[in-house]
Design a protein around this ligand. Structure first.
Ligand SMILES: [Cu+2]
Length: 332
């Protein structure tokens, strides 16, 4: 390949890598939240000005080094120093500060308007405990997925009971730390139904990079129906295979770490599994949610998500694995 060919290839790959992050379920550029939309113009304004200032500085430096003497002389004049060294920075920075404060003002006005039921999200290692305020004010414990009604600002109370994590849902806008012993409140409003992703944005140990989750924005009626179903205890196993799965689940002590409401399983160390079958992923968006993935998770989870706090199980036969997977998959 010619040198030019290499350059073109390199450039194409480089651009593809950089621009590949510009769309998709975890992209800040695909705003699907009111906050994200409000921040967007501020982002582009700051980026635009930063680019302009960089170009200006490079141009002036180039003039200082390469231009003929009579050009260079201009750069040392007092007028130039006052205009570009004092007035321009003061003007640009005060303008940006004012604009930024106005955007923040709008943001805090809208977070005051978040009156309805909220959600508590607790950062765990390396998954999310998600607790909804129920219709009767009760706590509905779930995990590894955040559902939101479209068109209503929702207050998300962020906590941690171990190290510092950070909740970041790029499409909704906003990123806020989850700090042990504190509650930080982030308000978001989804503006259209759809699925996006959130990611832990503060290094929290071993499997930090694999601590994601899906954010599901739903029409208000669908959301209400979903929340009403989420209050319910787990569905009873529908057939003999699933009943056997439930028996194995209890007999092998899974319930020491996991809760399945309506059964003796009441552990709180791991994610609540009462409705695990209806979530969009397993293990904090690490695996798709299907029977095959449940099986793989049980036997191979330290490979799938290195360092996570669930032990691997090599005691089950093939048919036992199928039974447990069918049971968990049926917990809709
Ligand atoms: Cu993290």
């Amino acid at each position: 390949m010619t040198r030019r060919g290499f350059t073109t290839l390199g450039f194409t790959f480089g651009a593809a890598t950089v621009l590949g992050g510009c769309s998709g379920p975890q992209s800040v550029f695909d705003a699907s939240g009111a906050e994200a939309q409000e921040i967007m113009p501020l982002f582009w304004t700051v980026t635009g000005i930063a680019v302009a200032v960089t170009v200006l500085v490079i141009t002036v430096s180039a003039i200082a080094v390469f231009a003929p003497v009579h050009w260079r002389r201009h750069l040392t004049s007092e007028k130039f120093v006052v205009a570009f060294g004092i007035f321009l920075p003061v003007f640009v920075l005060s303008g940006l500060l004012t604009y930024g404060l106005l955007v923040m003002q709008a943001g805090s006005a809208r977070s005051r308007s978040a009156e309805g039921p909220g959600v508590t999200i607790i950062g765990e290692q390396w998954w999310w405990r998600v607790i909804y305020d129920g219709p009767e004010g009760e706590e509905i414990v779930s995990a590894n997925e955040l559902r939101l009604p479209v068109g209503r600002p929702v207050a998300i109370r962020l906590q941690s009971d171990n190290v510092i994590h950070s909740f970041w849902a790029p499409q909704l806008g906003g990123k806020l730390d989850m700090i042990p012993g504190r509650t930080n409140t982030l308000t978001v409003e989804a503006i259209e139904p759809g699925i996006s992703r959130a990611q832990c944005a503060e290094y929290c140990g071993g499997a930090h990079a694999l601590m994601s989750m899906y954010v599901v924005a739903m029409e208000p009626d669908d959301y209400r129906q979903w929340l009403e179903a989420e209050v319910n205890p787990a569905t009873k196993p529908a057939d003999a295979v699933r009943r056997e799965g439930q028996r194995l689940f209890i007999a092998h002590g899974c319930g020491g770490c996991h809760a399945v409401r309506g059964t003796p399983a009441a552990g709180t160390i791991g994610p609540d599994l009462t409705h695990v079958g209806s979530r969009h992923s397993l293990a904090a968006a690490r695996l798709p949610n299907d029977p095959q993935s449940f099986r793989r998770w049980l036997t191979d989870n330290q490979h799938i998500k290195p360092d996570n706090f669930m032990p691997e199980y090599d005691v089950f036969s093939d048919s036992e694995l199928d039974a447990i997977a069918a049971y968990l998959d049926g917990l809709e």
